[in-house]
Ligand binder design. Structure first.
Ligand code: HXC
Length: 514
């Protein structure tokens, strides 16, 4: 028996070395950890149960027969984070560049199956040179099997990808199919084709960082949801993000202990929205004043900043918050903010997280580019996502709610459960000046003093439409509330709606505009 156990120990020891001391040092010199160091940091101490440590690559061509590839360049298994079960894989860049092969794929696919069956979140720590060239079709097919499971698990278990090194080619699609992508600044990048191919095909000169670095995907493409300063920061983000998510779509997120009184009236809310309607303010101040103190976790803070989305807690219960951001492009809705909002609403709906929407938007952004690049198609996603969502939905109109943007932002006619408004709300088809020019074009054309007459019409339009009372008279707003009462009113409403049951008509799937 002893020699069997000794052999096992020796083989384990070998696997634990990864790609060997030299490559580990190279990894460290870049500010990167090894796959196992990352798992140690992420998981509760001693909780990791590794699977497939002895899996071996099967390809023998191109000098591969004699290569030792520990665990086939990926460490897979399950463990706990804050006592909750998670399935996790970590690609090991020190082992043949963490490259993706047939057996590497099989390990990940099996873990994906287990995670789905157990109803546990799946976390992928990505650090890979992409498809292992020597494996040809085997690795490519492996990607297909991974993507398949990403899609089948979508909306059933939370899937989080942490980009901790390179990702090129088709392998960017696995993270893109997951719910959240976290990228580490300076050491991670994602692109379909690298700078050299770009130069050869289009003649454009671009650096790796500019083409697919962490900030590029956080601020411009919207592929990433969080930017981490370093590896520890990225793994801390995983833990924090998980605390807002349930294990799977049959559960609610865990309730946290809240020391913030549910009946807290917030005086500061009287002073955040400025008196002049064209003045901006930071809607995050409203969110932070309303939710449990310090509980707001913004998602995609650098992308489409004219909208704000994120998780928070109200009396300890997790909520999803969506808001227009008047501090950025006056809070207009455009192509990117539509995508950002629609994705977030769908995540919340999939994982039983009630939605609170704060509205202050002058409408959809006019412009040739917006129209030509499909603001109609993208804007439709917000409508689709809100209507389809069956979780409790409450909106609060803070100030402007104009035209199509009023309807899209969780309006009552679109299956929102409750709609509140502050007394400062302006719910109208369009802005005053534009409306007057359309309604009174002829009067203005023949007026002696068109400017004075226009001012009169504008004043009248404002008095008639720029308030929440018409909407409240018609029942489109359920109550006009004192801004200071926003938190207690929302918490009461959420408590009432907690047992909400609503279903969509049976169908194979809807045809969300994409
Ligand atoms: C086989 C690879 C490899 C690959 C890296 N290695 N990429 N082996 N197939 N795709 C090996 C290297 O030979 C080296 O082995 C080790 O991994 C580390 O790589 P280095 O080049 O030394 O590291 P570094 O200088 O940090 O550069 C990392 C890199 C570079 C930028 C990722 O290796 C690179 O550009 N690799 C190719 C990336 C790529 O184009 N992949 C294919 C994408 S297409 P030793 O033994 O020396 O340590 C794709 C299709 C997917 O993925 C389709 C899915 C549908």
């Amino acid at each position: 028996m002893k020699h069997h156990v000794d052999k096992l120990q020796r083989l384990r020891q070998e696997a634990l070395q990864g790609g060997g001391e030299r490559r580990v040092q190279k990894q460290h010199a870049r500010g990167k950890w090894t796959a196992r160091e990352r798992l140690d940091y992420l998981l509760d101490a001693g909780s990791f149960q590794e699977l497939g440590m002895f899996v071996k690559h099967q390809v023998t061509d191109f000098g591969m027969a004699e290569k030792r590839i520990a665990g086939d360049a990926v460490v897979t298994g399950f463990g706990t984070i804050d006592g909750r079960e998670v399935a996790v894989f970590a690609q090991d860049f020190t082992v043949l560049g963490g490259t993706f092969s047939e057996m590497h794929a099989r390990k990940i696919a099996y873990l994906q199956d287990l995670a789905l069956e157990a109803g546990a979140p799946l976390i992928g720590l990505m650090d890979s040179g992409g498809a292992r060239i020597q494996e040809g079709i085997r690795g490519l097919a492996g990607y297909g099997s991974m993507f398949t499971r990403n899609v089948l698990a979508s909306g059933v278990i939370p899937q989080i990808s942490v980009m901790m090194g390179p990702t090129a080619g088709g392998s960017v699609y696995a993270p893109a199919l997951t719910d959240f992508v976290i990228m580490v600044r300076n050491t991670s990048y994602m692109f379909l084709t690298g700078p050299e191919v770009v130069r050869a095909v289009t003649g454009e000169e671009v650096s790796t960082e500019e083409l697919g670095g962490a900030m590029t995907h956080n601020a411009h493409s919207g592929v990433a949801h969080f930017l981490a300063e370093d590896e520890a920061n990225a793994l801390d983000m995983v833990k924090l993000l998980l605390s807002y998510l349930p294990q799977n779509n049959t559960e609610d997120p865990r309730r946290a202990v809240s020391t913030d009184p549910p009946d807290r009236r917030e005086e500061s809310l009287l002073n955040i929205v400025p008196p002049a309607e064209d003045q901006s303010y930071d809607v995050k101040q409203v969110i932070q004043a309303v939710v449990d103190m310090g509980s707001f976790l913004e998602v995609q803070p650098y992308f489409a900043r004219n909208a704000v989305v994120g998780f928070a807690r109200m009396a300890g219960h997790v909520v999803g918050v969506v808001a227009n951001q008047p501090a950025f492009l006056a809070g207009v809705l455009d192509i990117n903010s539509s995508d950002k909002i629609a994705h977030f609403v769908r995540v919340c709906d999939a994982f039983n997280i009630p939605l609170i929407t704060f509205v202050d938007t002058p409408g959809f952004l006019p412009g040739v580019d917006q129209e030509h690049y499909g603001v109609i198609r993208h804007g439709a996603k917000i409508i689709y996502a809100y209507v389809e969502a069956t979780v409790p939905k409450i909106s609060v109109v803070l100030r402007k709610a104009m035209g199509g943007a009023y309807i899209a932002m969780s309006s009552k006619a679109m299956r929102s459960d409750l709609a509140f408004a502050w007394p400062t709300a302006q719910i109208a088809v369009m802005g005053a000046e534009g409306a007057v020019r359309i309604l009174h074009r002829k009067d203005l054309a023949k007026a002696e003093d068109p400017a004075a007459l226009e001012a009169q019409f504008v004043q009248k339009y404002r008095e008639t439409f720029f308030n929440p009372y018409v909407a409240a008279e018609l029942g489109y707003i359920d109550d006009i509330i004192d801004p200071r009462d926003t938190r207690p009113r929302l918490i009461r409403a959420l408590a009432f709606l907690r047992t909400k049951v609503q279903q969509n008509p049976p169908k194979k799937h809807g045809l969300m505009p994409v």
